[in-house]
Design a protein around this ligand. Structure first.
Ligand code: PLP
Length: 393
């Protein structure tokens, strides 16, 4: 239904060709600063850096094209694009807390969000309580008088736990608490948290938006008021705005985002179906699979799910999981996701071998990302890896 709108945003919005020789591809305005005709023009710009070309740590014309597209995709008034998703998290959180405040975060958010909550914010007398975010009641129960921020990640990128974005946003509004949601897994094409009342939405553009595993970037979207405030403070001070060339790569990545997500959705569904009938697989975890505990909520608030899935291997030994992963030829071992290449990452890579305990289900979990290769090509690779462990207990 909103397909034409997405096509418009991705291909046309903010592309004013008369400004640059009617070129189809927008230019990379690789400049650090801008010149003024008069001192008074410069004076005016210094008064309002948020709406003038002054210096590229602030605004830059190539980045501007990208910002307009990404904000529109999120259904937000404005956005800022950072040099990483981690910088977007840092700015979004930091802008909304002060000494003495309390944050409620979902259990095990993205690693560097966790490190910020655990290691950096306590130095400024800001504490964080982690809760099981699958039940909105848990936010309510953990809320204190000094709670100022709810940190969400729906779904997360390992177990895909969801929060009910609408009910959490409603609760937060009642209590004057700011909500921020990591939307990296869905992208704005599959979920728009702003529509449910979430204040700030962030995503790592290093994943699906870039889409080619060649750029690190992050996006933070929200109201003009909130984004303007962050621009004039954290964004300018952290100084981690995206550079023009990387912004240009993201504009290019956006062109194929819907097509890539379509193909990856197809491939992911085939892989899920394949894994579910594999005797060495105890369970497959994927939000759009009927066996997923929050399947109905996923269907209700997400338009799609693709790319990442997890599965639990039946084994007593860490060696089985390592052999399985090492046996893959086309699926690469590595962190991240969202690019052209299929990837695998076992949970046991994040622990010492001697700490592996087969009785703990998550230790036997493997995360897989389906890239742009042909589905059968990937499935054959997985099949041969299962053969390699067929005689291992
Ligand atoms: C990768 C990722 C981030 C961090 O993004 P970077 O671009 O790597 O800094 C944040 N959240 C999620 C869910 C991610 O997967």
């Amino acid at each position: 239904m909103d397909e034409p709108e997405v096509s418009y945003i991705i291909n046309e919005l903010a592309e004013n060709r008369e400004d640059y020789f009617r070129a189809i591809a927008p230019p990379i305005i690789q400049t650090s600063n801008f010149a003024f005709e008069t001192v008074d023009d410069l004076r005016n710009s210094l008064q309002d850096e948020y709406s003038t070309w002054l210096y590229s740590r602030g605004l830059n014309p190539t980045v501007e094209i990208l910002r307009k597209k990404l904000a529109a995709l999120d259904g937000a008034e404005d956005c800022l694009v950072f040099n990483s998703g981690a910088a977007a998290i840092f700015a979004g959180v930091f802008a909304n807390v002060k000494s003495g405040d309390h944050i409620i975060s979902v259990d095990e958010p993205y690693t560097w969000a966790q490190k910020m909550f655990n290691d950096i914010l306590p130095r400024f007398n800001i504490s964080t309580t982690y809760i099981d975010g699958t039940d909105t009641e848990n936010f309510k129960k953990a809320t204190k008088d000094n709670t100022t921020l709810y940190y969400l990640e729906s779904p997360n990128s390992w177990t895909f736990d969801l929060q009910n974005l609408k009910t959490v946003a409603e609760l937060a509004k009642e209590k004057n608490i700011v909500t921020i949601c990591d939307n990296s897994y869905c992208t704005p094409l599959n979920q728009k948290p702003v529509e449910y009342g979430i204040d700030l939405v962030l995503q790592s553009a290093s994943k699906f938006i870039g889409g080619h595993s060649d750029t690190i970037a992050g996006v933070l979207s929200g109201s003009s008021k909130m984004i303007g405030r962050i621009f004039n403070s954290e964004y300018m001070n952290i100084g981690s705005g995206i550079q023009p060339f990387n912004a240009w790569l993201l504009i290019r990545g956006l062109r194929t985002l819907p097509a890539r997500l379509d193909r990856i959705t197809n491939t992911t569904n085939k892989i899920v179906t394949y894994l579910k009938q594999q005797p060495r697989v105890e369970k497959v975890i994927f939000p759009f699979d009927e066996t997923f505990p929050q399947y109905h909520l996923a269907k209700q608030q997400m338009k799609g799910a693709c790319g990442l899935l997890s599965f639990v291997v039946i084994t007593k030994h860490v060696e089985t999981i390592e052999t399985f992963c090492n046996s893959l030829v086309h699926v690469l071992i590595g962190v991240s996701w969202g690019g052209h290449e299929s990837l695998i990452m076992p949970k046991c890579a994040g622990m010492l071998r001697e700490d592996f305990n087969a009785a703990v289900t998550t230790h036997r979990m493997i995360r897989m990302y389906a890239g742009l290769e042909d589905a059968d090509y990937i499935i054959e690779d997985i099949e041969s890896a299962f053969k390699a462990i067929s005689s291992m207990e």
